[in-house]
Design a protein around this ligand. Sequence first.
Ligand code: ATP
Ligand code: MG
Length: 449
Amino acid sequence: MRLTDYFLPVLKEVPKEAEIVSHRLMLRAGMVRQQAAGLYAWLPLGYKVLRKIQAIIEEEQARAGAVEMLMPTLQSADLWRESGRYDDYGKEMLRITDRHDRDLLFGPTNEEMITDIFRSFVHSYKQLPLNLYHIQWKFRDEIRPRFGTMRSREFLMKDAYSFDLDKDRAEEAYRRMFVAYLRTYYRMGLTAIPMQAETGPIGGDLSHEFIVLADTGESGVFCHRDLLDKPIPPRDTDYKGDLSPIVKDWTSLYAATEDMIDMERFEREVPEDKRIAARGIEVGQIFYFGTKYSKVMGASVMGPDGKEAFVHSGSYGIGLTRLVPAIIEACHDDDGIVWPVSVAPFEVALLNLKVSDAQCSSVCEDLYAGLQKAGLDVLYDDRQDGAGAKFASADLIGIPYQLVVGPRGAKAGEVEIKNRKSGERTTLPLDRAIQTLKDWIEPERRDRI
Ligand code: ATP
Ligand code: MG
């Protein structure tokens, strides 16, 4: 992408309304714009990150056996009357009336709708296990939307719903999501710790929140330090096999949010030098809630014994539009964002330091074509601006590698590559630049393991 053809409205001023670094950087880097309280437009650079996050989630959900679909944002109130949540959900639910005076709502979550879909099509245990998910906008009329897309009113969520014949099988489904979540966050460059959590309005018996430690996080959390360095299950993990050793390993070290904390247990189980009492960002939550919805909504299947049984379910959420600021909270420095390659909006920033210099521009044009041919995602800064402005905006928007070409280098057949994260600069002969970038980027792209 040529910057002169793109839309990247970077801000020079630090926006006053933004309290935390990720919000400031998302505004400064031209990733989002607030359109009303808690409602954001995703500008091209931000949207590109969101799509990369979505692709990782989709890959890991597929590996774990979840099947993607799409449900509408608006739902009928009657469905929610069946579960009793139409009245219970309270003011966070945005209620809408259509021209025929029918009550609708903007979905804050989808347990009712998916249970309705399930009960209309699935009648036998032979069609189980089943895990259906979608990635769709949700609306919750948060009393205090804040920190940009970290807590907005409209937000993008992946929500999966599992259906099984009994509790044991439902717990297997829960474990598949547990493991998929560990891998999903890890691939985005995050360390997300699963913590025992309260079930809240979703209801249920068993729940974990996945928390990224950050001083700006809204949740108070308590956990064992060794959870930060635990190895992540590899990409060839067999999701059809027994995942309980992995889940047991992760849950054997104490970790809980402030709502669930048992201080006595924390102090007893975690040696003093291993105790973390900190703040964190909830980037996902998984629930097992048994027959809570299937019973009231009549979702049952014929079992192998010929008896009808209500299905056991769980739901599994990931906040995509919250993940973007969560990654920035974890990956930035004084100059701006430092994207991990896996979610970076572009992999390479090609900086033409002097557009008016014919040789410099000709070298850049060749590199630009070559990088694209090599399958690298490149943003070509072909603006007339000076070198300083180009360095500053490349640093701000956080592209992992900068390929810098100035008139002197162009003449000598040399270019410089800067690693945004380490700050390391490498001078290379022109004809080795593309292959070198490929060699560095490709392994970082898909999987960190
Ligand atoms: P919170 O406690 O932060 O309000 P929640 O527990 O109500 O979130 P869930 O129902 O567990 O949210 O939703 C699944 C995921 O959706 C959350 O883990 C979070 O990542 C994301 N999410 C929830 N509410 C918001 C919001 N207002 N803005 C952005 N993301 C959100
Ligand atoms: Mg939650």
